[in-house]
Design a protein. Structure first.
Length: 186
């Protein structure tokens, strides 16, 4: 058993090995180290801080249960990301059983026209995207995942992932362009 305080300075590799053997302190150190990133990802996906925190807790419980199956400590971030995405998708599907990653609703054109003059930020713009489109955009731009990695994590066809990212990027540009402050131009 490591001495007190050793968990905070231990490597992820050591913590994963200890946590796989059901060492709760090692797992708590991993949670401390990775929970903020996990919550931020889920906040971007859900657009709801309270829901994101609930989903993050669910992800961490699932991770604890499945940790003995994690074979490579280097896979920890990708493994957690996959659990997070699946947890969020399951939540979306429970809320709307008709939800489909392949046919997500696009940002209606009138949304951009009807809300001019409202100050927004990127998170508000992301909230305007359909859930599957937002998922792909967040995973590619915020998490830095490749299109093929997103397809693998979500189970979507590669072409659908590319289409969602392209459509989402265009919608974000259009939405954000509608809010460029004219008073700042010379």
């Amino acid at each position: 058993m490591p001495p007190p305080g050793a968990y905070a300075t231990a490597t992820d590799e050591a913590l994963v090995l200890l946590a796989r053997d059901r060492n709760q302190k090692a797992f708590a150190a991993l949670v401390e180290r990775h929970q903020q990133w996990l919550r931020n990802l889920l906040r971007r996906l859900s657009q709801d801080s309270a829901l994101a925190d609930d989903l993050a807790q669910e992800v961490l419980l699932q991770a604890w249960d499945a940790l003995p199956n994690l074979h490579a400590w280097q896979a920890l971030p990708a493994w957690l990301k996959t659990i997070a995405v699946h947890t969020w998708l399951n939540h979306v599907r429970r809320r709307d059983p008709r939800f489909s990653l392949a046919r997500d609703a696009a940002l209606p054109e009138e949304t951009v026209e009807n809300t001019s003059g409202v100050a927004i930020d990127l998170n508000r713009a992301l909230a305007q995207l359909g859930e599957a489109v937002r998922l792909c955009v967040v995973l590619t731009y915020h998490e830095g995942l490749s299109h093929s990695a997103i397809a693998e994590i979500t189970g979507m066809p590669l072409g659908t992932v590319k289409s969602h990212i392209s459509r989402g990027s265009a919608q974000l540009r259009a939405y954000l362009a509608a809010y460029e402050p004219e008073s700042l131009s010379p």
